[in-house]
Design a protein around this ligand. Structure first.
Ligand code: ADP
Ligand code: MG
Length: 238
């Protein structure tokens, strides 16, 4: 489990500034959801936390240590994408094992981790299948499994449910909450879907045009929105 601190984070894609002075503390084991309209900077922020891109200003700390100069591979964050990004020619087992084989983890340890993650995600019976032989929900569980086996300090989710149909999205929300309960891991989750944010989050960060509008529990945002934007955004169901 780990803490995450963002201090005065700026990001420009020259000449346009897309993230402005973002300050945030994520507690150990907390499930924080970034919510905001398309283009407000959610994915950019996640990529900065993961180390896939560099901030133009400010400091990122994990467990109190500055990580700006630490590359993505050594930062201890695992990211789960909307597009799953599974290898189509590999089995479920191989997809989950791949990242660990790359870092030359012993085979027995890899097998232990993959089997434990598969059990947690109810994928045990599907380990020899290829991604094309899975449903959308099962594919997304494999993508989550690939993150779990790495035993990351922080899980980062970028709209992981957006490609699923409405019914599946609802059941996957419950699965993600249950997973968080089981793992007690620090999770940062990005979505443009207010309902998803309200159901999943311990705390919600509302973003608008690269700035934080408000941070609070779902209850706080619902009961005491700071401004019209937050009230409108949280209040309007999709
Ligand atoms: P969100 O994930 O909230 O939809 P993004 O973080 O993807 O938003 O994008 C935030 C803003 O940054 C958008 O205006 C987008 O066009 C811009 N942007 C994102 N990535 C790049 C990039 N690599 N180069 C230039 N502009 C980018
Ligand atoms: Mg995005």
């Amino acid at each position: 489990m780990s803490t995450l601190e963002l201090r005065a984070i700026d990001k420009s894609f020259d000449p346009v500034k897309v993230i402005h002075q973002v300050d945030l503390d994520v507690r150990d084991g907390e499930f924080v959801v970034f919510v905001g309209p398309s283009g407000c900077g959610k994915s950019t922020l996640l990529r900065l936390i993961a180390g896939l891109d560099q901030p133009s200003g400010g400091e990122i700390r994990i467990d109190g240590q500055r990580v700006n100069e630490i590359g993505a591979a050594d930062r201890g964050c695992a990211m789960v994408f909307q597009s799953y990004a599974l290898y189509p020619h590999m089995t479920v087992y191989a997809n989950m094992a791949f990242g660990l084989e790359n870092i030359r983890m012993p085979r027995a340890e890899i097998e232990t981790r993959v089997r434990a993650a598969a059990e947690l995600l109810r994928l045990d019976a599907l380990l020899q299948r290829k991604p094309t032989q899975l449903s959308g929900g099962q594919r997304q569980r494999v993508a989550i499994g690939r993150a779990i086996v790495r035993d990351p300090k922080i899980f980062l989710f970028d709209e992981p449910l957006s490609n699923l149909d409405a019914e599946l999205r609802v059941s996957m929300r419950a699965e993600l909450r249950a997973l968080h309960q089981r793992l007690r891991a620090t999770m940062v989750y990005v979505t443009h879907d207010q309902v998803e944010a309200m159901t999943l989050a311990d705390r919600i960060v509302v973003l608008r045009a690269g700035r934080i509008e408000q941070v609070g529990t779902p209850q706080q945002l619902h009961d005491r929105p700071d401004n019209v934007f937050v009230a409108g955004f949280i209040g309007s169901p999709r």
